[in-house]
Structures are given as C-alpha cells and as structure tokens.
Design a protein around this ligand. Structure first.
Ligand code: ADP
Ligand code: MG
Length: 696
C-alpha cells in the first residue's frame, strides 16, 4: 500500500471542503496548525463550560455560566448610544437583566417578545449587587432546549476562528470518519478499557465534564497511545530494516583491547565494562548493530568507543569515528593515537581541511586498508571516502542527530555496525521517542575519585574579584576555561565578545598565560590554542561555546561562564562538564547580569543544587517542554497533538514494546492488525515509515 487508503480521503481533502470554511478561514486555521480536516479530529478542547439547566440565577457565583428558563419582561432602550439596551427576565424565583451593547432595537424587539419563554445561557455578572447577563451565548425557544450541550467544550482560538466554527467543523469531520479496523493489541485495549478509535474521537469532542478533559480519560489516552504507537512503529520499522540488512559478524580476539587496557593508567568502570560487553556481543552477531551509548558528561564514553573500534580492527576490518567539531576530532586523534600505535594500529584524521595531495593520499590508504581507524568530522561520511572493509561507524556527541538523519545513514546500505554516543541525558520518555529505533547502553557511573564540582553564581559586577581569584589559582598551578557570553546566536558577535575578554584577561593575568579559541579561528589556530592549553602552556582558555561538547582537558579545574543566564540548562551542564575530570576539586562560576528572570534564577539554582544530568534534564523538560528539549524539527520527532511526553512516558514504553512485537509477528504488516496499523501510519502522516514498508 504505497498510496493513502481511500477510507482516509475525506480526512485529507482541503479544509475548504467543510461547510462554511472559505480561503480566509482556512488560512486562519493554519495558525492553529490545522491544515486538513484530519487535524481537527486531534485538536482537542482544553476546557469546557457547564451549561446544565438551572432553576434560577439566585445563589450563582459571579462570572460563572448560567443556563436558565426565563419569561421575557420589559425592555429598556438606552437613554444614550453609549449605554446598553436592557431587558428584564424572570426566572423561577427572581428577576434579572440581559444586556446588549450597540444593539439593534428592532432586532431585539423581534427576538425577545415580552411574555414569551426562552432558554438563555451566558455569563453572569453583578452590578451593584444586581445580576445581569451581557450578550447571552444561547437564546432558544423551550422546545429547542436540546441544542444546548450540557457541557460544552472550549477550544484554543486564533483570530478568524471562533468556538462556533470549530465546534461545527469538528462535528462535520467526525461525520466523515469511518470505523477503522483496530491496530491496538486487543489485550492491551481491554486491560486499559479503551474505546474504539471512532468512539474515542466522538467522546473527546463531547466531554461530559472536567474528568473527560484529563489526560487520563480513557478516550484521550487511547488517542495519545495511537500517536505514540504510530511513532514507535516508524522507529521499529527503521530498526527492523537495519537488523534485516546483513551485518558483518565482527569478533576480535581481544589482543588489541588487552594491549590498550594494559597501557591505561586506570581500569574501566563497571558501567564501561558492561557497555563494552554489550557492544562486543552486538558486533559479533551478523545482525547489524544500531546502538546508542548514553552517558552523562565525563562518564568515559570515549574509552568504550575505542574498545569497539578495536574489535573492528581485531577482526580484520576498519572503524570510523565521527565527531561534531574539528577540535573534538583532533582530540580523539591525540588520545587514541599513542595507545593505538603501541598496539600496531594505524589511526588517521580526516576533516574538511584536508585538501589536495594529502587528502588523496589518506583516501588511498583508507581504501587499501592501511589506515585502521579514521577519526574526523562529517567529512568522513562523504561519498568520496571509501573504506577497504568498514565494520563500525561511531558517531560521537551527536545529540542533535535526529531520527531522520539516522534513517538516512542506515539507508546508505553499508553493512557497518553503528554506535551513536550522546552526552545529553534525556528523560526516559524522550529517549524512547527519539531513540526508540535503537538499542541502548547506559553509562550510569562516573570514574572513581571524582570530587563534586563546587558551583557558585554571582553578579557580573564582581568580575574583578573573580579575576583576582583566578590569578591565585593559576599561580598555584590550576587551569581554567573562561566561557564568553552567547550574543544573539551570531558567531561574529561571539567572537568580538571573546576577543575583548581575551585582551582584558591577558592584561590582568599575563600575556603568556591566556589563550583564545572560537569558531571563527582558522582550524590550525584552533588546534594550536587547544594544544597549548592541553599541554599547560596557557593557563586560561577564553572560549565560546565551541568547547561545549566533548573537550577533555583533565587538568582544567575551573570554569567561569559569563552571562550564564543566557544559556540553556543542558548547555550549562555540558559546559560545566569540562571540569571535574581529574581528581582535583573543581569549581564552576556562573556570572550573571542582574536582574535575573524567574527562569534564569531557576536554571542557575538547579545547577548549584545538582550535578546529576538526568535530574537536570527532567527540570529542563519541565521548563521548556519536549519540542524544545530535543528540537522537534531537527530530531524528526513528530509533534504529538494528544500525547504528552512529559506525563505519559509509560504509554510510550508500552507503544515501543507493542510496535516491536507487532513487527516480529508480522514484519510486512500484511496481517489484519498489520493492515490496520498501515492505516494508522497514513492517518498519522508517518511517511517515512510508509516508505520503509513499501521498499522493504
Ligand atoms: P565523555 O563521556 O564526556 O565523553 P570522556 O570519555 O571524555 O567522557 O572521559 C572523561 C575523562 O575521564 C577522560 O579524561 C578519560 O580519560 C577519563 N576516564 C575515562 N574512563 C575512566 C576510568 N574508568 N577511570 C578513570 N578515568 C577515566
Ligand atoms: Mg566525549
């Protein structure tokens, strides 16, 4: 089925096919993200109004909505244009007034004939203790009473879209739905007491009261589950495709690993050992590995990656490791080379700066297998880069490497195993949403002997004190990063800020003691600056956020972050992770410009409270919402209309298991439930998934 099933056509036609919606309203709807009738189905009310019939206005709370039967009484036309038109109405117990501003007298006379009975519904206000209802929302004859819903849903609006249009359109779209074959596992559905799809849709748009609006209402849960299930099915299809594609069975004899481990000044942590074992066993199987290594900053992911790369080499093949920046790639080379060469392993680097003959030579060496391990930037994935026998691709620090890109990499067809590493701890629910297609290894332990980082915040007015403190620190042999503020996302402006601070600190701390690195520097200059700092020639490194990820200089024990309030939580956590890597006590100083916003205050105080990346990630998620935390567009994560990643992590997990299970039972989605699931994928616009089935 590579085209949309007909049963869904009416839901994907243009909005203008709905009664009363023209170009203008359709445009306005786009402001709510509603582009097709289908979208209206999943655009759920956020609140509701109780319109149950009452006997009287007596005893009602001000500003609440009242629905009541009344007899129309006297009319009081206004004495001047600026005053309202008033009409007495008598309910079962008392008299109050309905009020109209800028009213047409003739129209009112016709619609509110004295002595007749009407049912009116609207908001009650009190003026000088007298109740009134301005512009009733409903005015009906008593025989039309049924037209008022007892509980009326309220939807978010934008200019040009009224509640009435939404209610009416939703109703019309509901009429276009059909009962669809069930894609949810019958046992699950029964256990959770979830309604059928179509029933659920009707029910979420016709709540009986506030309980029906809660995310725990069965109908809402079911629809949330549908979204998660469709997403997990996409991920599971991608995963299945990778696993089905032939992998290479790479098993080493442990010779190189052993040599490297013996030369290390430390022992791997238990978490590292476990991750290495998981990866080694994946690589030994002839299924293609697709694994995520997640570990907080400083947890030692690099060693795990090296061990995996050595397996590739031990088994006679090659490995590649891609880093997001040239600085990181050089660092990997520096770290790996001495260890590897000891064991007879050849490591090279390839980045965008390799040009001409040198590049040719590297490419040739790679192709004939003379280079065993290649590290580099994204340049290593270019078409012209060919390997003799690539067995493992490691992608380091790619927290912004989304589902879509991963699928593309997978589609490249190489049989190489894939290991993705991320330092951004993300809450479980997001992890499942973003990495549900992968198997996950977690480094939940840091190397021993690390001292907690002391984190303090202070206003930037105390900068001179900070510089003084820094002078003492470097005199006693310490090293420090000085991170300059982010300026409006502009690298050029960042650079200016960094250069100014560089000059200032050089003047204060001595020319030779201070280095500078930022994104605008020539690659060679970056290398020199990093190398000088690494070797301890410079004591203070002034930097922009280019050092945010991965940079590892264990001797550095101080980090000063200027205008810390401008950074996001995750970023601050990453930056702070540059220190605390050795056994010395480290310090992080967060300099801010008062006054702090509420969110700024909260971010800085969480950072002072904890170093636990997972805890920080949870708070980040709470403060910013899921889309911002992973960057929805980049991550390829769909926008969930009903599902709530923050509060429905459990559902996401169930969806993942169920999706994987369904594919195990019915890999091509051709069975009854499989077919139903295809319809769901179309309904949820999971085009990628559909492509995966149609190709596969
Ligand atoms: P990240 O997970 O942030 O990439 P790294 O791999 O850069 O962390 O490791 C952080 C630091 O910890 C490095 O200096 C590394 O040499 C050191 N390290 C790694 N594993 C261990 C270990 N088992 N014991 C002691 N130090 C370790
Ligand atoms: Mg790293």
């Amino acid at each position: 089925m590579s085209t949309r099933p007909e049963i869904l056509f009416p839901l994907f036609s243009s909005l203008e096919t709905l009664t009363g919606i023209g170009t203008k309203t359709a445009k306005a709807f786009a402001g709510l993200g509603i582009e097709h009738p289908r979208d209206l189905l999943f655009f759920l009310p956020y609140s509701g109004t109780d319109r149950k019939l009452c006997e009287t206005v007596q005893g009602i709370e001000p500003l609440s909505t009242l629905t009541v039967e009344v007899e129309i009484g006297r009319h009081f036309p206004p004495s001047s244009k600026s005053r309202p038109y008033r009409i007495d109405v008598h309910d079962a117990k008392t008299t109050f007034q309905i009020v109209f501003f800028h009213a047409n007298e003739a129209w009112l006379k016709q619609h509110f004939p004295i002595g007749q009975r009407r049912i009116i519904s609207g908001k009650i206000e009190f003026f000088d203790g007298v109740a009134q209802m301005a512009h009733p929302e409903y005015v009906l004859r008593t025989d039309q009473f049924k037209e008022i819903p007892e509980y009326e849903p309220t939807y978010h609006l934008v200019a040009g879209v009224t509640q009435r249009i939404i209610v009416k359109s939703v109703k019309e779209v509901l009429g276009r739905t059909s009962s669809l074959n069930e894609w949810i596992d019958p046992e699950l559905k029964q256990r959770e007491n979830w309604p059928d799809w179509q029933v659920a849709l009707h029910s979420v748009h016709a709540p009986d009261g506030p309980n029906d609006l809660s995310i725990n209402a069965p109908a809402r849960q079911r629809l949330a589950y549908d979204e998660f299930f469709a997403h997990q099915l996409t991920l599971a299809l991608a995963r299945a495709k990778v696993r089905r594609s032939k992998g290479r069975a790479s098993s080493g004899d442990g010779r190189l690993q052993g040599a490297v481990l013996a030369a290390l000044p430390y022992k791997p942590t238990q978490a590292q050992t476990r991750a290495i074992a998981e990866i080694t066993s994946d690589m030994a199987s002839d299924k293609r590995m697709n694994r995520l290594l997640q570990g907080d900053v400083g947890s030692g992911k690099t060693l795990v990656a090296f061990m995996a790369l050595l397996v590739a080499v031990e088994s006679g093949g090659q490995g590649v490791m891609m880093a997001p920046t040239g600085i990181l790639a050089s660092q990997h080379l520096e770290n790996l080379r001495p260890l590897a060469e000891n064991a007879g392993v050849v490591v090279e680097i390839l980045t965008g700066r390799d040009k001409g003959k040198e590049r040719e030579a590297k490419l040739a060496a790679l192709k004939n297998g003379d280079i065993h391990i290649l590290v580099g930037t994204h340049a290593v994935f270019q078409k012209s880069v060919e390997f003799d026998d690539l067995r493992l691709a490691v992608i380091d620090e790619q927290h912004r490497f989304g589902v879509t890109q991963r699928m593309e990499l997978g589609a490249k067809g190489a049989a190489a195993d894939v290991l993705v590493m991320t330092a951004t701890p993300i809450p479980r629910s997001l992890e499942l949403a973003q990495y549900g297609d992968m198997d996950v290894s977690i480094l939940d332990e840091k190397p021993p002997g690390r001292k907690p980082i002391k984190t303090a915040s202070m206003p930037v007015s105390r900068l001179d004190e900070v510089v003084e403190h820094l002078r003492n620190a470097i005199n006693s042999g310490q090293q420090a990063y000085w991170v300059c503020p982010l300026v409006e996302e502009s690298e050029v402006m960042d650079m200016t800020a960094a250069e100014e601070r560089f000059k200032h600190l050089r003047a204060a701390l001595g020319e030779k003691n201070v280095g500078l690195v930022h994104g605008q520097l020539a690659p060679a200059a970056k290398d020199t600056a990093m190398a000088d700092f690494q070797a301890g020639h410079t004591k203070v490194l002034v930097a922009t956020t280019v050092i945010e990820v991965g940079v590892d200089v264990p001797a550095a024990s101080i980090i000063v972050i200027e205008r810390a309030e401008h950074f996001g939580l995750a970023q601050l956590h990453q930056l702070r992770g540059r220190v605390g890597r050795g056994s010395v006590q480290s310090t992080c100083l967060l300099l801010y410009q008062p006054p702090l916003t509420e969110s700024g205050t909260k971010r800085l105080s969480i950072l002072r409270e904890t170093e636990d990346g997972f805890r920080i990630a949870e708070v980040d998620l709470e403060m910013r919402g899921a889309g911002d935390v992973i960057g929805t567009t980049q991550s390829g994560l769909p926008k969930f209309w009903v599902g709530d990643l923050e509060h429905q992590a459990g559902l996401m997990k169930i969806a993942q298991n169920d999706a994987r299970k369904l594919l195990l039972d019915d890999p091509d989605l051709t069975g009854t439930r499989g077919q139903a699931a295809r319809v769901l994928l179309w309904l949820m616009r999971q085009d990628q998934a559909i492509r995966l089935i149609s190709i596969g």
